[in-house]
Design a protein. Structure first.
Length: 180
């Protein structure tokens, strides 16, 4: 049950966005630019980072939706969103230092170091990739706290339509949905 009395039982994040469109519209625009705009990472890789961070934060809602979205965008379903050992994970080697950085930034922001950034560069990524790692990680730490802070819970039947909508249309169509 959401903590906000104005939200119905079973409310989704979209319901919260509708309740607060003044802040939700720019937030969704930021999602679109960061997760669907130009980036060294594919859309699927950015959704993988989102799902991974959400898994670390134990945000079932975001982990569920973004895991399914990452899978629809081509990320292998074997390990999306897990907080298991990154080194043993069946993901591209090039993504491992990215997820390690996201983990450190999520779990203890002051623990990230130049060596962590250098590991991303050594894997073949550039400065834009480091920025996108940090920005996606920061965005999903924010989103996880927003979802958990207002008491939104995941109805498993919501994962499929939400992930398909995000995979096919991105985040901007949600702004139009705020008006309905």
């Amino acid at each position: 049950m959401p903590f906000l009395p104005s939200l119905r039982k079973g409310a989704t994040l979209l319901d919260l966005f509708k309740a607060f469109p003044q802040t939700s519209t720019p937030l969704l625009q930021f999602h679109e630019v960061l997760l669907r705009g130009p980036s060294p990472f594919t859309e699927g890789e950015r959704e993988l980072i989102a799902a991974y961070v959400s898994g670390l934060n134990q945000c079932r809602y975001c982990k569920g939706v973004h895991t399914a979205t990452a899978e629809l965008l081509g990320v292998a379903p074997d390990w999306v969103g897990s907080a298991s050992d990154i080194e043993a994970a069946p993901i591209e080697e090039k993504m491992k230092p990215v997820l390690q950085y996201a983990r450190k930034l999520t779990q203890q922001a002051t623990s990230v170091s130049q060596a962590d950034a250098d590991a991303i560069f050594t894997a073949g990524w550039d400065e834009a990739a480091l920025y996108h790692t940090v920005a996606v990680t920061a965005l999903f730490n924010f989103m996880n706290r927003l979802v958990e802070g207002v008491g939104i819970t995941l109805d498993p039947s919501y994962i499929k339509p939400a992930s398909e909508r995000l995979a096919k249309g991105g985040y901007l169509p949600l702004i139009e949905m705020l008006k309905s």
